[in-house]
Design a protein around this ligand. Structure first.
Ligand SMILES: [Zn+2]
Length: 262
């Protein structure tokens, strides 16, 4: 990178650091971070017991089919830029899902078993796809590390970046998003669902269920990595109304069949 280009990058970034739109990372960097986190997850079966593909072909086909439906909604900006790989984590006690930069998505069996129908899971998957598609992690990292990340981003490629990238990747699975990112991911869940046959406010049904079953002393993991921005049920339902979404599919019977396979 030429020094003048670098200087302009610093100036425009510092000027914009107060808002969440700024991202000093390139799409390549999102993809690399995701690949790195994915490698760490696959190397750590004690913490992330990935459900084997063999013997679970039907479950994987079903869950990936949901993702594909959302990716083909025409609303996912980085549909062709990111990998969109889905893995199931075989842990019934954890009610969660998460996505890395670059579109690696992980769904816990605890979440799949907890939900009642396909459009609820699609709503949550839409929420996760949104975090990756809208690049919330690298935007948050931009904010968190500010200039140091910018310097790093500029030197990566010159050979200095791999270790630092690893450090950043290590923190990504536990990175919790801010309220603005959560509201945005909820909203985009509806945007992706709306053109499909799904009832578009599926994520709202998940949060209604979550609110009803949370007893306060031990909130589900989903809420620790995806903090409640407030009014999320109302916002999701309102969004579906405003967009005039007309889908009604819940595919409950198919969902029950898949749950029974786990
Ligand atoms: Zn979230």
């Amino acid at each position: 990178m030429r020094f003048s280009t670098f200087l302009i990058l610093i100036i425009t970034t510092v000027a914009g650091l107060g808002c969440s739109k700024v991202n000093v990372f390139s799409l390549d960097r999102d993809r690399e971070l995701g690949a790195q986190v994915n490698a760490e997850i696959l190397a750590n079966p004690a913490e992330y017991p990935v459900l084997p593909e063999r013997g679970n072909e039907e479950v994987y086909r079903y869950i990936r089919g949901i993702t594909t439906t959302l990716l083909n909604s025409g609303k996912v900006k980085n549909r062709d830029e990111f990998l969109w790989e889905v893995r199931i984590i075989n842990d019934d006690a954890t009610l969660n899902a998460f996505a890395t930069p670059g579109g690696y998505i992980y769904v816990y069996t605890g979440l799949i078993k907890y939900l009642d129908s396909e459009e609820q899971l699609a709503g949550v998957m839409g929420h996760e796809i949104a975090h990756a598609d809208l690049r919330h992690s690298t935007k948050a990292l931009t904010k968190q590390y500010g200039l140091s990340v910018l310097l790093q981003a500029a030197t990566i490629g010159g050979g200095a970046g791999a270790g630092q990238l690893g450090e950043i990747a290590a923190g990504l699975t536990t990175l919790s998003f801010g309220r603005a990112a959560e509201t945005e991911a909820d909203s985009y869940s509806v945007v992706y669902m709306c053109p499909t046959s799904y009832e578009a406010d599926g994520a709202a049904d998940f949060f209604i269920k979550l609110n009803a079953s949370s007893n306060g002393d031990r909130p589900p993991a989903f809420l620790s990595t995806h903090p409640n921005p407030g009014n999320r049920v109302e916002n999701i339902q309102e969004q579906a109304k405003e967009l005039g979404c007309s889908g009604t599919a819940t595919n409950k019977a198919a969902y029950d069949r898949i749950k029974a396979l786990l």
